[in-house]
Design a protein around this ligand. Sequence first.
Ligand SMILES: [Fe+2]
Length: 275
Amino acid sequence: MTRSDIDRLIDWFATWCHSYTRDAGDDDLRNYLLKEVHTHRVRDAAVAIAMELGCNSTDLLLAEAIGLLHDVGRFPQYREYRTFKDADSVNHAARGVRVIAEEGILAGLPPEEHRLIIRSVALHNVYRMPGFLGEREDYFLRLIRDADKLDIWRVFLEYYALPEEERASAVGLGFPDHPDCSPEILGAIADGEMINLVNVKTLNDFKLLQLSWIFDLNFAPTRRLFRERGYLEAFAAALPSDEEVRNTLAVIESYLDRTICATLNVMSGEPSWIR
Ligand SMILES: [Fe+2]
C-alpha cells in the first residue's frame, strides 16, 4: 500500500458519497453527511492511535484505508432501508464488503493487505472480538474498533445536544426519549459489563450502552483520547443527574483512571503496542 493507493481510495470515496448526496432531500442528506464526516474522523483517529502505538509507515496507510472503508455499507443500507439499525435492515459491515468487491477498489493490492482490509471491515461491528484471527488481523480489527467508537461517541454527543428537528433522524435508532434509565442497565455497567442492544428500552439506556463500550476499548491511547475530549463529562450532561446515574458514571471514571494508569506504568518498560 502506498500513499497514492490511499489518495485513489479517498477520491473513490468522495465520488461514492456524492452519488448518494447529490439528489438527497434535507433529512436524507443529514444522514449521509453524518456518515461521510464520521468516516473521515475515524480515518484520522485510526491513524492517530496507530501512530501512538508505534506503527510503521505501511501499517499507518493500512489503518487509514480501513478507517476510510469501514462504513461504506452505511450508504446503501440507508438508501435501501432508511435506517442505520442493522437488526432492522442489513449487516452494514457485510454490505460494505460487498461494495468493496463490486467496485473493485482494492484490486492490485498485495493479497495480505487486501485480506486485512476486508476482514477489518467485515468484523468491525461484531459484539465481541473473534478468537480465530491471525496476529495482524487481530491488531487491525482492534484498531478500527477503537477508532470507530471514539468518533461514534462524538456523533452521539453532538446529536443529543441538537434540538430534535435538526437531528439526523436515523442516529437515535428510534428509542423513546423517556426521562428514566433501566435499573438492569445501570447494574450491568456497575459490574463492568458491555450492554447488549437487545436490552435497551429508552434513549437514556442507549446512551448508557454507548458508555459501556469503554469496557471494550483495546488501547491506552484511545482511553486517553476519550478522557481528553471530555466525553465522560458530556455524557453526564446528557443523562439524568440522579444518584444511581452518578454512581454508574463514577464506576466508569475509576475504570478509566485505573486502566490508563496501569498501562502507562507497564508501558515504561514495554513495547509501545501494549494494550
Ligand atoms: Fe463507523
